[in-house]
Design a protein around this ligand. Structure first.
Ligand code: PDD
Length: 276
């Protein structure tokens, strides 16, 4: 398998990561996950833009132009003959003697690799169950940071309780999922948390909001409460890997009639049309 290591595509066994890489010690870095459909990177420009934005927000400078970076990811996918799958890529502040403050004159470390993955079609047909969990993450969830402990702990709790995903809430307000965005539909209107510092503005979310606009579906980007979530007619989540994923139960409460809702279906189909 070929991987991306600091601007070069090398054999996986040639990857060397320092014990003092700041990603490893501090989670001091950011990442992206990009879907590959039929050999093509889906919404690559948007993901690459967000990669550069996340890096800039924590004051890491990506050492290539976006075009060069795009080409590296494209070549990686091609060299690994990925048909349906994903690219994971991260940048850390680099390797230096362990001190919390930024090191000086240290190059950032970029690593990227690919993986084949099929679309989760069975889950998309049946819908999934999710559970409300308190959002205890920091206040810069707009950064796609490598620090994912809050997300990891929430997902694990959901998983241990038999749920597919955690619906995170800060106090009464639903924010997003542990690795997804959350949406409710009530009386034909789509509700989702606004793209503030409290959520990651998903690329899939942006595509979905575009589709809504195209269809003339009203979207209200305002926070909704846990109680409102349970009373939605339809509910769904989205991410690069789960696309438009119906949520049919939240914390033991059935949403609608317990099957994927009509509008959710319509959005799923429209999303699918965009990847083909
Ligand atoms: N997760 N919110 C959080 C906290 C996420 O981690 C993700 C993505 C999203 C959805 O973003 P997008 O539509 O751009 O994938 C929202 C990725 C897939 C992951 O960590 O694996």
């Amino acid at each position: 398998e070929w991987i991306l290591s600091n601007g070069e595509i090398v054999k996986e066994q040639d990857l060397e990561i320092s014990k003092e890489d700041r990603g490893y010690q501090f989670g001091d870095g950011i990442y992206e996950v990009i879907r590959v459909y039929e050999g093509d990177l889906f919404t690559a420009t948007e993901h690459i833009d967000r990669f550069y934005q996340s890096a800039e927000k924590i004051r890491i400078t990506v050492p290539y132009t976006k075009d060069v970076f795009h080409k590296m990811l494209h070549d990686l996918v091609e060299m690994n003959s990925i048909d349906n799958g994903q690219v994971y890529v991260q940048i850390t502040r680099g390797a230096a003697e362990r001190n919390h403050q930024f090191p000086v004159n240290v190059e950032p470390v970029v690593v990227g690799y690919t993986k084949s993955v099929e679309r989760p079609v069975a889950f998309m047909e049946q819908g999934v169950k999710a559970t409300l969990i308190e959002d205890v993450r920091w206040l810069r969830c707009d950064i796609k940071s490598l620090n994912l402990l809050g997300n990891v702990m929430a997902k694990q709790q959901a998983y241990e309780e038999g749920y597919f995903e955690a619906v995170l809430h800060r106090g009464d307000t639903v924010t997003e999922g542990s690795s997804s965005n959350m949406y409710g539909i009530k009386d034909g209107v789509v509700y989702t948390h606004p793209a503030t510092n409290l959520i990651l503005n998903g690329i899939t979310r942006r595509v979905i909001l575009e589709i809504c606009e195209e269809f003339g579906i009203k979207v209200v980007e305002e926070p909704f409460t846990k109680q409102q979530a349970l009373e939605m007619d339809e509910f769904f989540m989205s991410s690069t890997t789960t696309e438009v994923m119906p949520v049919v139960e939240i914390s033991g409460h059935t949403i609608g009639n317990g099957t994927p809702g009509k509008m959710t279906r319509k959005l799923q189909q429209a999303f699918e049309a965009r990847i083909k």
